[in-house]
Design a protein around this ligand. Sequence first.
Ligand code: C2E
Ligand code: CA
Ligand code: CA
Length: 532
Amino acid sequence: MSSNRTPPVVTPASVLVSFAAMLALMGITSTSWEFAIRDQVLPQLGMSLGTGFDDASRWRFILTAVAFAALSQIGPALMLFRAMRRLDQARIAVIKAREEADSLARYDPQSGLPSRRMLRDHMRKRLAVSTGTSGYALLLIEIDRFKATTDLHGLQMGDKLLLEIANRMKRLLPPEAIASRVSGEEFAVFLPRPGKLEALGKMAQQMISHLSVHYQLEGIDARLGATIGIAVTPDNGTDEGDVMRAAEAALYRAKHKPGSYRFFEPAMDEELKRSRRLQRDLNGAITGNAIVPHYQPLVRLADGEVVGFEVLARWNHPTQGFIAPDVFISIAEDSALIGQLTESVLKQACLDAAKWPDHLKIAMNLSPIQLKDIGLPEQIMRTLKTCNFPPRRLEIEITETALVDDDKTANGILTRLRGMGIEIALDDFGTGYSSLQNLRMFPVTKLKIDKSFVRSMNRDANAKKLISGILALSRSLGIATTAEGIEEPAEADHLASIDCDFGQGYFYAKPMIADDVPRFLKGNARTLSAAQ
Ligand code: C2E
Ligand code: CA
Ligand code: CA
């Protein structure tokens, strides 16, 4: 396409023509010299013309001169041809590269859809001439689980998925809509706003359903989803920058519930800004080791002995004070900082725990999305090696949500961790799917009964029954059990009487800083010896 527009200037034909032109010029010059100029010029210079120059010998002279000139020009002409040819090729290459760069800037090569730049140009032009209240709508679509799927199946599969996503999207859109891939896993659709906003909501819902149907490509069955943020003009902004920001804020809120769509509301803008600020601060806090591990004891219920500590991350923000882990962990998950956060907290915890008695374990929480990261076992192993901390002293806590999205990857990761000697605890058991299948399929070594059951045990007979049920289940599978959220001595007594293995809660201690652990351990030893 591009080479048609930039034909080479130096070709064999063009060189032959130049050569022929040169010979013609030589012929004309020498003929003019022999028949017109020579007789005028030589006498004036006082030179003799000589005799015996008839027309035949003049023509002979002309032909010889032209032939010698032609012969003497072949070498330089060839060199010149090659040099010019190279120059010409370089010129064509520059033009082609410029054209390709321009096309790349306007079209996304993987999906074939217009790029973010082209979308913004298009929006700017349309919005500049938009009048009245009819307006436009922008749907910002994030493809759920896209990154994890490409991590698992490779970039080539990712490219095929992008093409399929683009095709599914185009099938649903009215002709006047423009769809674009705006970044890695984000697409956008800009279209004239339908009369009623409900119609837009319906379209978003249809889009989610369409994009969530299984992708079967080359024998691989990929499950993706979609979450959508919607902004409309003129209500949420009148230029493309404002509309894009509003759709981003709506998408940010919609992502609290993957697979949903949300229309922009002004309060979302503030929420997004706050979250971006916190994200920036969190990044700095992780690199500066300002996310500090606190330790909450895990106690054997039969004799009250401390067997380890759960590692709980704490962030004391310089201006906002303590920020709840639920808040900053979810920001870390959204902004791909969770890996770094885990590494930083685990490293600090290993260095702290290395100073404690060797039989004490540490239990580290992992986020569900980390069980999609196939590099996780090696990352954990590297950290343990750096701190010279034995894997048998580490326990990983995961929730069941981590196991449902991509059970094969999760199982692979957990099996590798188990193979390294790391224990696996299933956290918050009873609140999620609580499936027996999960316990059989995954290499789980411990169950942690959620604190909500323990907290309601004394008021709610069902909670008590449920705890007994979970204990019977884990016993039959040979899995140990910890009850969290023990606040009262009676709760500890009851749980011990029904053979729950371990306990954790404010009754024993609240999460504490590393400096307080030795004192706590000493106090605990005293309690134990006093009890014996
Ligand atoms: P979790 O894993 O269920 O942690 C137990 C939570 O229960 C902790 O809250 C702990 O302080 C609290 N707790 C302990 N004993 C009691 C009690 O007797 N009564 C009551 N009412 N609560 C008790 P925290 O520290 O606010 O952590 C909240 C969640 O944040 C954790 O829930 C965990 O899911 C997450 N989290 C904390 N640190 C990390 C981390 O380093 N990485 C990841 N991925 N998540 C973390
Ligand atoms: Ca936990
Ligand atoms: Ca828990």
